[in-house]
Write a protein that binds this ligand. Structure first.
Ligand code: MN
Length: 213
């Protein structure tokens, strides 16, 4: 007679669970002409997928394999000996957040519900976008520009390489990937053109609202 050991099968389920690459929230060509289908294809299908695959390899058989992606990031961010896991986990999270920060026919004016918060934080929507653009343009090397909320006030921050705002008091609302792989096929060295095209045409204000609620 065969008996089923429930605790054991639960372990098997947990051990086999891995972090999966989320489905891209739009077609690969949806962001054209601001970001080409070719860039999205490489960025999502090679870079983002690569981070997910690497992280899963690195956490297999470790204590981290039972944790959520956010828990992995928080528990490795200050452990230099876990830098490889942190980098791949955080890049996985950052990219998922980045895709949600963009949408076809995005950009334009922020929703009316956001106006008072934007005005009280930056003075005006134009100043908010300017702060995001300046942060993205002045970030030296690879990293991320973020719109965040801290203590009821919006602000713009940057993180370098794979660094994350998740272990800080800044709640992320929107991000711009300023690694060269995000724009080089379309814009070569012209990061400003990429950032401005993204701000003007792709920002997903609905996602900002969702993250505020
Ligand atoms: Mn990227």
């Amino acid at each position: 007679m065969t008996t089923i050991d429930i605790s054991n099968s639960a372990n098997i389920l947990r051990a086999s669970a891995s972090i999966v690459l989320p489905v891209l929230p739009f077609a690969e060509n949806a962001l054209e002409p601001a970001i080409s289908a070719k860039t999205v294809s490489f960025h999502y299908g090679k870079h983002h997928k690569g981070y997910v695959d690497n992280m899963n390899k690195l956490i297999t058989g470790t204590d981290y394999s039972d944790l959520s992606l956010e828990e992995i990031i928080i528990s490795t961010c200050e452990r230099p000996e876990r830098k490889a896991i942190f980098n791949n986990a955080s890049q996985t999270w950052n990219h998922t957040f980045f895709w949600k920060s963009l949408k076809e026919n995005g950009g334009g004016s922020a929703p009316a519900e956001l106006k008072s918060l934007i005005d009280s934080s930056f003075g005006s929507e134009a100043e908010c976008k300017k702060a995001l653009a300046e942060a993205a343009l002045t970030l030296f090397g690879s990293g991320w520009a973020w719109l965040v909320i801290d203590g009821g006030k919006l602000k713009v921050i940057t993180t370098i390489n794979a660094e994350s705002p998740l272990n800080t008091k800044n709640k992320p609302l929107l991000t711009i990937d300023v690694w060269e792989h995000a724009y080089y096929l379309d814009y070569q060295n012209r990061r400003a053109d990429y950032v401005n095209a993204l701000l003007d045409n792709l920002i997903n204000w609905d996602f900002v609202m969702q993250n505020l609620s």
